[in-house]
Structure formats: C-alpha cells, structure tokens
Design a protein. Structure first.
Length: 347
C-alpha cells in the first residue's frame, strides 16, 4: 500500500514538472511571437501616405524646395523624438509583472516618479543655412499602476495568467526654448497591462501593455516668421503604444527587457518666408492627421529593497526612411536613444 502511494506521489511530481516545463516553453513562445509580431512592422516606413516632403514637392516652387523639405524632415524627426522622450520604454519601469491583488479584493498599487531624457537633432529650420538643433529633451513624470484582476494560477509558483493592471501617467516635457521650441508640454496617458506570467522563483515575469497618450502641441520657431525664417508646429500630438516585456529578479537586482511599437499622430504645419510676389511674403504647408510609426527596444536594471526600487533604463528608437530629394539630410534616418531614471514604490 505504501509502495502504491509512493508511486502515485512520484507520478504527480513528474506530471507537475512536465507541465511546468511546457508552460515555461509556452511562455517563451508567446513572448517570441509577440516580439515577432511587433518586428514584422519594423521596416522603416514613410511618415504617412502624404509626407511633408511630398506636399512640398506638390505645392511649392522648385526654388523653395530645399527649405520646405528641410522643415518637413524636422517635423518628422520631432514627432518621433519628442514622442519617445515623453513615453520612454517600459510603462511599468523596472518590472514586467502585473501587480495582482492583496488578500481579499483590495488592489495593490505602484507609483513611479521618473525622469526621462531623449536626444533631438534637427536640420536648420529657423534660418536658411543656419545651425542644426542638437538638444536634450528632459521629461518629468509620475506613472501609476493599480491591480484589477489577479489572473489564473496555473500551478504552484506559476500564476498571473491573464491578470490585468490599470495604468496611468502624467508628465511634463521640458522643450528647449534656447533651441527654438516654444514651451513645455503637459502629457497624460491611460492603458492596461495584461500578464502572461507573474514572476516567481521558477518563471520570469512576462506581460504585454497597451497605452494611449496625449502629448499636446509642439511649436518651433516664430509662427508669424518675423523673428525666424521658418516655423513648424505639431498640433494635438498623441501616441498609441504597445509593449512586450520579460524580466527576472536575482536577489536585490532585477533585469527587464522589452520591445515596443509606437504610432504617433498629429496635425502638422510648416511656414517659411518667401520672396514670391504672388504671396504675402510667407508660404504655408499643412497636413492633417500626419502620422509616423517607430519600433523601440529597451532594457531596465533595478535595485530593490522591500517596497522601493531604484530603476535605470536605456532605450533605442528606429529611424525613418531616408529622403533623397532637395534639402535632404541624413538626420531623418538616424536611430534615436533615450534613457530613464525612476523610483518605483509598490504597496
């Protein structure tokens, strides 16, 4: 009788081990599939069906194409670079797991004050043949997360499947006025994180995240082009963001890696001084619903003591398609880099 119990016990252990192995492999496949789906859209694409340079070539005289195209490229660069500086990489800085719930139905929460920084390099748009803009764009923000659904426990130490956290963020982008930008912009965002696995001793944390962000209006140069020869604006800039992350803790340290894709959208306008006698001395080109898409990849390293985590992040953003027309610059196709530093508090 005892022998039969022992055999049954061993069989249960072996079954659990086999199931755990399958789940770990399945989690890897799920994450790989999510990343492949994101990467499938990674090929550089024109900013929109009607890029600003396309509009310049259609609507302005040949003699003005150089400057119009230069400002058009600056618009495409600014939309993506200011966007990623505001968004950053990981919306749940320092972790890839959902929060879950406390005992009973009381949700866990996390609050993360963070500072982002991104580099913006633009061709000369304030004056013809002027100096390029080479500036850092700092961002201060507070991110929050609230556990909504605990998810399913597939087996001991393997849980969080299908768990859900609500996400929110509020921030301020400090655009560099000395480099021709008008002022800072206030940003906000909401979204959700869905867990595939919650991190435990045996499995890493794996999740996917989707967020919408309102990024405000970005203005560069004098709108009346009296103090500058060129001006551009992005009105109602917003972004939809998708992220897939995987992470694991080792003693007091944890590492997280992720891949994401951002869809940026705004109305775009460029204006510049012209000596065309048929105009009022200025020429304006507009594009409604101007959009661009960028792939991003990032890594986090966190040091955690009890409920406090100090987190650093480094990220990369894909460049755009190259442009070879009049006024072309290689800045459009260059990749971008950004970083974040945050203090995550989990309750």
């Amino acid at each position: 009788m005892m022998g039969g119990c022992s055999i049954e016990h061993d069989a249960v252990i072996n079954l659990r081990s086999a199931v755990a192995s399958v789940l770990r492999r399945g989690a890897r496949v799920a994450l790989f599939g999510a990343m492949v789906a994101l990467a499938a859209t990674a090929a550089p694409m024109p900013a929109s069906a009607q890029s600003m340079m396309t509009l310049c070539e259609r609507d302005v005289p040949t003699a003005e194409l150089d400057f119009c195209n230069t400002i058009g490229q600056a618009i495409e660069i600014t939309q993506a670079r200011v966007g990623i500086a505001a968004i950053g990489g990981n919306p749940t800085l320092g972790t890839s797991s959902t929060l879950g719930m406390r005992i009973g139905s009381f949700p866990r929460i996390a609050v993360t004050p963070r500072v982002n920084v991104g580099k913006v390099r633009l061709p000369a748009t304030a004056t013809r043949n002027g100096n390029e803009v080479d500036a850092w764009v700092p961002v201060v923000a507070v991110d929050g997360a609230v556990g909504i659904y605990q998810g399913l426990s597939l087996m001991p130490t393997v849980g969080g499947f299908g768990s859900i956290d609500g996400l929110f963020t509020l921030g301020r982008v400090l655009l560099p006025g000395d480099d021709g930008f008008d002022s800072g912009i206030t940003t906000w965002g909401i979204g959700a994180q869905v867990g595939i696995l919650r991190e435990s001793f045996t499995v890493p944390g794996i999740s996917v995240t989707g967020m919408y962000r309102s990024l405000g209006d970005v203005v560069h140069g004098d709108p009346d082009v009296t103090d500058t020869e060129g001006h551009f604006a992005l009105d109602g800039l917003s972004a939809w963001s998708a992220r897939a992350t995987i992470g694991k803790r080792f003693l007091l340290f944890s590492a997280t890696a992720g891949l994401g894709y951002d869809w940026y959208s705004s109305d775009a306008l460029l204006r510049y001084v012209t000596d065309d006698p048929s105009t009022d001395g200025t020429r304006t080109v507009r594009q409604g619903d101007f959009s661009s898409k960028r792939l991003t990849a990032f890594g986090n390293l966190a040091f955690t003591v009890v409920i406090v985590s100090l987190v650093g992040e480094v990220g990369w953003q894909q460049g755009a398609d190259s442009f070879s027309g009049p006024g072309a610059t290689d800045l459009l196709e260059k990749d971008g880099w950004y970083g974040s530093l945050g203090l995550r508090l989990t309750f």
